[in-house]
Structure formats: structure tokens, C-alpha cells
Design a protein around this ligand. Sequence first.
Ligand SMILES: [Fe+2]
Ligand SMILES: [Fe+2]
Length: 474
Amino acid sequence: MSIDYQERIPNNVNLAQDKTLQRALEHWQPEFLSWWREMGPDGSTDFDVYLRTAVSVDRDGWAQFGHVKMPDYRWGIFLNPADPNYKINFGEHKGEAAWQEVPGEHRANLRRIIVTQGDTEPASVEQQRHLGLTAPSLYDLRNLFQVNVEEGRHLWAMVYLLHRYFGRDGREEAEALLERRSGDADNPRILGAFNEKTPDWLSFFMFTYFTDRDGKFQLCALAESGFEPLARTTKFMLTEEAHHMFVGEAGVGRIIQRTCQVMNELKTADASRLRAAGVIDLPTIQRYLNFHFSVTIDLFGADQSSNAATFFSSGLKGRFEETKLGDDHVLKGDAYPILILQDGRIVEQQVSALSSLNERLRDDYIRDSVAGVGRWNKIIEKAGIAFRLLAPHKAFNRKIGTFAGVRVSPTGELIDEAGWACRERDWLPSEADRAFVTSLMGRVTAPGKFANWIAPPAVGINRQPVEFEYVRFN
Ligand SMILES: [Fe+2]
Ligand SMILES: [Fe+2]
């Protein structure tokens, strides 16, 4: 499954054999590049960036590292190898051979799933496009750019599916993916969290920890799909996604580490003294965490959804680790607990397992994100500081589902509007918090140097030293 880099569009799908498809994608390619120039990382065109590029889809050694100018990055189409025994593993078609072409009756749903996933990829590049101007180190700048080029490649992955399997309306959707803009009033990105701003590096690390992890869970569910090309595409995307979550977890961890260090040096937990010393106090980090966590769990959709049931029953979108689960994989008549509001209390209720699949994926996601919060707390604990970060309650600050518009504290108490108004500032980043974090941002360009508010990483990239020149400005 090696990748052909002689082609204009690097690929491992024998693109040269399908001239019509190749021509269509070669027509889309310059449109992608002009989107990248317009909406990709600000002012970065001439930088040489130490990037990894996929050379094969093998489990080990798919990446090759070297300095590349980002517009010359070889975006391409990489699918995991086909499995001749691959079956539909869930839903009403369970046990049948997997689809190699789009089944007519599921065409609209499948296209919608692919477009929704595809839309998030360029959206995050747009959200992050100004961050390069304030990178805390060359190491971090390189990581940002690596994430950005890979999100660009994820867009390629979805666009390939649209062009290859959906004909004319697929081509139209592929063009629309380059026309929507994150945060645009008239033509926004499809999902809420992808229209929020990512204005500073604390937000960026929270985003790559929490929101790229939503990507992981969506991709895992699609990697189970009975439409095998989608499963093969998303499996390879997951290998890239792992790095994005690493960037987020390590980034937040290094901010915490630096804050704890200064807390111990100054022997204080006083936020104003810590801010004066140029680090981000832990309660502010908690508020950013609350924001990104709650905005991201909305991405899983309504707690009960007939679409989610249809996507599953028709074999399009599975559950997280579907084939490892011990049930019948059909779920007719099965139940699943969700939270509802009853007589002024939040209580659990058993509902149809099929209609609550969004909630189930959200719960899987929450378990996974909470684990990383525990790892951040270890850093605080090791520094001998009593503070602990906490993932907020599932009903906190929701805009979608049963708890949309219901006021719930981070610890899960129902409160009234007045109670919310007087505590909101303790729970979510205020304008003042954001202004303070913004005030710390400034580009650090000397190799091996780091901004004051973040600790250096323990190791560099690809066994390079931390002080390696990860980005060369020309
Ligand atoms: Fe992605
Ligand atoms: Fe990602």
C-alpha cells in the first residue's frame, strides 16, 4: 500500500486508472490550494516547516519528516488496505458483505455523514489561522502547522469519497466545502463548535484535546461503517488524529506545569499575583476547560435521535469499538440510560438503545476525555498543589439536547437564571479572562526558547532536540 508521489495527487487508490475521477479531482485541487492560500495559516507561505508526510499506510513507518513549505505539502488520498472478508458488522444488514459502492437507499444519509465530517476539517484550519502569529515556540508553531496540513488532508479524504462515489452532487458538495467559512454569518460551517473562535493558544490546546477528540469518536464510529471505502478512509485518518490530541493534552499539561512552578516559586495561589507573574492561574484553565468540554459534547447531537438510529440500523455508522462489544449489534428492544429533567430534578431514564446512540457515543467520549483531565491533575499533584481540575457535568452549558437552555452548575445542580448570572463568571471564561490570556500571546522565534506561560516539552519531535529549528522563516 505504498503511496505514489509521482502523481499530481499522491494516492494509493490507483487514481491513474480512473481518468474521469482523476480529472475531476485535478480540477478541485487548485480550488483547494486557493482556499489554503486564502484561509490557511496566516503569512506562512514561505516558511520551511519540519513536517511529517505519509509515505505508506502501514502501521509503522508511514511518516517521513523533513522541512517543507506548506503550500507544497503533498496532500493526497490514502486509504487503509481493503479486507476481502470485511462484513457489515451491525444493524439490519449485519453479516452481509460490506458495500463497495453506495447503496441507493442510503445514498442521501451517507452523503450527509461524509459532508458533515468533511466540513469540520477546513473549519478548524480557518479557526486556527491566526495562531501562528503568536506561537509560544518554534516547536509549538510546527505542531500547529502539522495539525493544519493534516486537517487539510482529512478534507481531501472526504472529498475523494464524494467525487468517487456520489457523482455530480458529490462534486457540488466538494465545492461547497471550500465555500463555507467558520463563523461566517451568511455561510457558516455546519456544526456549532466549528464556528467558535480559537483566539489564543490555551484555546488551541483545549480545542485539540477536546474537539479533535470528538473527531476521534466520530471517525471511530465511521471506521465501523458497512460502506467499506468510508471505513478504510477513516481508519487512516485516525492515525493522524492521534497526534492532534497529543498536541492538545501535552500543551495544556505544559501550561499547568509552568503555572504550578510559579505558584511554588511565589508560594501563592492568588490569581492576580500569578497573572502579574505572566502565567495562567488554574481557575482560568478550569473555565476554559468547562467551555471547550461543554461546546464539544454538543457536537454529538440530540440525546435521542431518529437519524442516529437510522444510521446505525442501516449499517452506515457504528458505535465506538462496535466489533468489540458483546451484544447482538442490532439493539432492537435494548435500552440505554439517558438523563432527563423530571419534577425539577435531573434523573436517569432508560430509553431505546437505538434512538440514544448519540448519547452513548457522547458517554464514550466523556470517559476518554476525563482520563486526560486525570493526567493533568497528576501534574498538579506532583507539584504538591491542592487544586484539582474537573470535567463539568454533562448537562452544564448545553445548547443541544434535553439540557439546551437549562441552567445547570458544573457539579450538576439545577439553578435558576439569577443563580447562573451571578456564578457564570466563575464557570466560563469572561471577557477579562480572555483578554488576559490574549495579553500573554506573542511569537517566540528563537530555537529552544519558550514563552513564559508554558513549560518546554520533555522531548522534541522525531527524536530531534527541543532546540531544533522546527520552522525556518525565510
Ligand atoms: Fe481531522
Ligand atoms: Fe484533528
